[in-house]
Write a protein that binds this ligand. Structure first.
Ligand code: SF4
Length: 105
């Protein structure tokens, strides 16, 4: 896990993840900047970058929502975006990013 000291580090981490998973980081910085700041806050609070779009107490039952969450691939396969809209599938138009149903049980 990268040390997410600030939102620039969170962005750099996301770029690495996207490259590895063959995703794209959403280029809409107005949307992603609060997500990066949220990831930094979660990382500072809980020691891991829990999804900033979901409630968490940082406990063991929430490991599935450490970013990139366990649901991102299925969401991207189905809708072209992750739940927060941070990661997109290749070819997804960022202008079509919207709120999608929560897949998490
Ligand atoms: S929904 Fe996106 S930003 Fe949130 S944890 Fe999953 S991959 Fe990360």
């Amino acid at each position: 896990m990268a040390n997410l000291a600030d939102s620039a580090a969170a962005r750099a981490y996301a770029v690495q993840v996207a490259r590895h998973r063959r995703w794209v980081v959403n280029p809409d910085t107005a949307l992603t900047q609060p997500i990066f700041e949220g990831l930094v806050t979660q990382n500072r609070r809980f020691g891991k970058p829990f999804c900033p779009c979901r409630d968490t107490d940082g406990g063991p039952t929430d490991q599935d929502i450490v970013c990139p969450c366990a649901y991102a691939q299925a969401d991207i396969d189905e809708t072209g975006q992750c739940y927060c809209g941070l990661y997109l599938g290749v070819g997804k138009d960022p202008n079509t990013v919207t709120s999608i149903p929560e897949r998490r049980p």
